[in-house]
Design a protein around this ligand. Structure first.
Ligand code: NAD
Ligand code: DAU
Length: 339
């Protein structure tokens, strides 16, 4: 019997990269294809441990390039598609929104058309809790799958648009799909433009850490390995057409996150620099994961154990993040922050 083929788009990025490694190790009976354009956020050095494995394959391609994507699907006849590829950073969507529409909306449309042209078993669209907009600080309120979509940034608006396209391909063409909406991830290979790896890398270099506004905005943090296990479960057991929220009840203010990292690394809070707030900065995200828990999912990390593991990973893998921050990131950082 031939092996099942799993296509992972965006598998050179942070979450897609962790997911590719998870799938290659966990399912030797699957052929795992990592399709990625290798934008500033994509990097293949993270896959040095799996690149020689028989069940790992890499395809360099742009998801919005119809002329390449459709023939590829017709040739390979993938069984499963897990779609991560996207522009993912909110701050970049504020300064340069157009690429977000092209990649996240048009790119998703092309991947859907390609999947429609073959007979797939399941298409999982990896979306985000940001499509729901923001919550206020009342700790008893959560995003559920029924919360109306009210995206506030160009990034979340593009993700919400792609969610609607995925839903439409299920309703109109009967495509077997799931949409997952996860809260903020952290863990190994997180690109240092995002709060947690930015803080760890800057604190390790004794550099100031920019905290937006008063630092009281709340995010609900989930270790990337727990996101991978959630997607694995939804891919195999999720009911077609359903949305699943993913989150582990780990709400923290940004200031708490930054101080935890500074304290763990035994540095001084003087490294904190309050800077101008992000435009349209969402106040609070918090996920109700009951539906996914009923499917059988349980996270393995809480924030305390996950952040300790993550800080240790950045201490052990300085070469990886130093290589990242010496590239395009340098000019990005100078444009974004005046600290
Ligand atoms: P990332 O920015 O680290 O990685 C994105 C990857 O997509 C990169 O490897 C990049 O090269 C690739 N890519 C970008 N444009 C492409 C194109 N046109 N064609 C092919 N590949 C392209 O992103 P991430 O943080 O790993 O997020 C992955 C997905 O998960 C995104 O869809 C994001 O919306 C979603 N998500 C992220 C989080 C989070 O906390 N980071 C939480 C929930 C959902
Ligand atoms: O909720 C899921 C989303 O989480 C994903 O869909 C996005 O792809 C991902 O980037 C993330 O979005 P956020 O905007 O929440 O993550 P970010 O790490 O950029 O910021 C986290 C919080 O920290 C946010 O309130 C803004 C704040 N922040 C961020 C940066 C980069 C700072 O205070 N200073 C900073 O330098």
């Amino acid at each position: 019997m031939s092996k099942k083929k799993v296509l992972v788009t965006g598998g050179a990025g942070f979450i897609g990269g962790n997911f590719v490694q998870y799938m290659v190790e966990r399912y030797p009976e699957y052929d795992v294809y990592n399709l990625d354009e290798l934008t500033y956020a994509g990097d293949l050095t993270k896959h040095s441990g799996i690149e020689s494995k028989d069940n790992y394959h890499f395809v360099k391609a742009d998801i919005a390039d119809r002329e390449t994507i459709i023939p590829l699907f017709k040739k390979e006849k993938f069984d499963y598609v897990v779609h991560f590829a996207a522009e993912s950073h909110v701050d970049r969507s504020i300064t340069d929104p157009e690429i977000f529409t092209r990649t996240n909306v048009l790119g998703t449309q092309v991947i859907l058309d390609a999947a429609k042209s073959i007979d797939i078993t399941k298409f999982v669209h990896v979306s985000t809790d940001e499509v729901y907009g923001e919550l206020d600080f009342d700790p008893t309120t959560f995003f559920t799958e029924e919360t109306p979509l009210q995206p506030n940034s160009p990034y979340s608006a593009s993700k919400a648009s792609s969610d609607f396209l995925v839903r439409a391909y299920h309703e109109t063409f009967g495509m077997p799909v799931n949409i997952t909406r996860c809260s903020n991830n952290y863990g190994p290979y997180h690109f240092p433009e995002k709060l947690i790896p930015l803080t760890i890398s800057r604190v390790l270099n004794d550099e100031k850490v920019p905290v937006y506004g008063d630092g009281k905005n709340i995010r609900d943090w989930l270790h990337v390995q727990d996101h991978c296990s959630a997607i694995d479960l939804v891919l195999h057991d999720g009911t077609s057409g359903e949305v699943y929220n993913v989150g582990g009840h780990n709400e923290c203010t940004n200031l708490e996150v930054v101080k935890t990292i500074i304290n763990t690394l035994e540095k001084s809070d003087d490294l904190i620099e309050f800077v101008t707030d992000r435009l349209g900065h969402d106040k609070r995200y918090a996920i109700d994961p009951t539906k996914l828990e009923k499917l059988g999912w349980k996270p393995t990390y809480n924030f305390e154990t996950g952040i300790a593991q993550t800080i240790q990973w950045y201490l052990d893998n300085k070469k990886w993040w130093e290589q990242i921050i010496s590239g395009e990131y340098q000019s990005y950082f100078e444009k974004q922050y005046s600290i």
